[in-house]
Write a protein that binds this ligand. Structure first.
Ligand SMILES: *Cc1c(COP(=O)(O)O)cnc(C)c1O
Length: 420
């Protein structure tokens, strides 16, 4: 592949997904900075780098495609780096948090509390107290949680804002992770929601609406469209039994990004057209509700890379290994150990090489950990790399740093930078 080309060229691993931009010497650029220069600036490898402009572009694309009525929230869980969250404050209409730590990152951006919501099963009393004190919206995960929220609000003299997280009786088909349908620890089963709403109306809490999150990492427009249509129909039906008008309906998100060979980026146009049609025919129960899509990975996943350095190159019984200073402890998803059923290679590329020899070879890229699980790319084709060269894993802006077992084997954590 055009390793010495300029401009946007496909990555060099034979992967169809993940595009990279290179300078005239064939070196990967991130946020306009050659990756070896950034490595020096970071004080060494490994590190994550997130491209500010790429995140902005992605949010703008979503806004251009979607009906104006739809609001965009960022699910901080995907990447809680404070500088990145700060950047996303101006690009989105709100934040969804899932812990006290994420709540604090959200509040530090200066976003109004009314634009933050907090979902997650097992919120502890001190988390609920912090959320009520901050004045954000709590997404109820159970009847027991409702009791605790009401008690905490009463004791504090504050009326907590709540939305009911619903576990619908359908699932998001073709999802990387299913979060609804059947028995789930998330949300209140749809059939139990009417009773919960009746009880909620008797408690000193402010009813805001519903939250229906069906799944994550979906690349099927048909499945997403079906889930949206059914979500809106279910919300309409539940709204009739609500103790107060629905002012907010969170439709979830689940928009995926391509990671593996053969995967195609989502086309937002049919998803937007379906939503526009649904919105045009909304019944009275949702007519005045703010409609929200919450996205994590879709906003930040493709904007980030993980960079590590080749420490050793060795051949074992005919197989060539590049041993790097980065590994599964810092990028669990790329190692295939974050929920994947069949391990597939992330897009892994040679990012900067000291001596650009054009021969290509099949290599296995591993990390420094003493476990066979520490595999970053299995038998991929790369231009020949030597110790000192830099390797980059694309599509690494979401569920990277914070979703990895950073303490495993006691290496220092990787750096993180927001660039461009
Ligand atoms: C994890 C999560 C998200 C974000 O999912 P992505 O696949 O990153 O978009 C959104 N909402 C809820 C409730 C979640 O748990």
């Amino acid at each position: 592949m055009a390793d010495n080309g300029t401009g946007t060229v496909p990555d060099t691993s034979g992967h169809a997904v993940g595009a990279s931009v290179r300078d005239a010497r064939g070196e990967l650029l991130i946020g306009g900075i050659p990756v070896s220069r950034l490595a020096d600036r970071m004080g060494g490898t490994p590190f994550y780098a997130y491209d500010r402009a790429a995140v902005s572009r992605r949010a703008a694309q979503w806004r251009a495609a979607m009906p104006h009525r739809l609001r965009l929230h960022y699910a901080i869980k995907a990447n809680p780096m404070p500088a990145l969250v700060q950047h996303l404050r101006d690009l989105t209409d709100g934040f969804d948090v899932a812990s006290l730590g994420e709540l604090q990152v959200a509040l530090d951006t200066g976003i109004p509390a009314g634009r933050i919501s907090f979902a997650g099963p097992g919120k502890s009393d001190h988390e609920l107290r912090a959320a009520v004190a901050a004045g954000i919206t709590l997404h109820l995960e159970s009847a027991g949680e409702l009791e605790r929220i009401a008690r905490i609000g009463h004791a504090m003299g504050v009326r907590p804002g709540v939305a009911v997280r619903v576990n619908p009786d359908f699932e998001l088909k073709s999802s990387g992770m299913k979060m609804s349908g059947g028995p789930k620890p998330f949300g209140v089963d749809a059939e139990q929601v009417p009773d919960l709403l009746a009880h909620l109306g008797t408690l000193p809490v402010g009813f805001r609406g519903f939250h229906i999150f069906t799944g994550s990492q979906n690349l099927s427009t048909a499945a997403i469209i079906e889930a949206h249509t059914r979500t809106l129909a279910l919300a309409e039906q539940l709204a009739r039994q609500a103790p107060a008008p629905v002012t907010s309906l969170n439709l979830g998100g689940g928009l995926g990004i391509p990671y593996f060979p053969g995967e195609q980026p989502l086309d937002l146009a049919p998803i937007a057209a379906n939503l526009a049609g649904c919105i045009a025919t909304l019944g009275p129960g949702l007519r005045d509700a703010e409609l929200v899509m919450e996205l994590g990975r879709y906003l930040v996943g493709e904007a980030g890379i993980y960079v590590c350095r080749v420490i050793d190159r060795k051949v074992s019984r005919g197989r060539t290994y590049l041993v790097t200073d980065g590994g599964l402890h810092q990028h669990l998803a790329a190692s295939g150990n974050l929920g994947q059923i069949i391990r597939k290679n992330f897009p892994v590329i040679a990012a900067a090489r000291a001596s650009p020899v054009d021969t290509r070879e099949k290599v296995t890229v591993v990390g420094p950990l003493c476990t066979p699980l520490d595999l970053l790319a299995d038998q991929i084709e790369l231009p020949r790399c030597a110790p000192g060269d830099l390797i980059a894993i694309l599509q690494s802006g979401a569920y990277g740093y914070s979703a990895s077992p950073l303490g495993f084997l006691s290496h220092p954590p990787p750096g993180q930078a927001l660039v461009g």
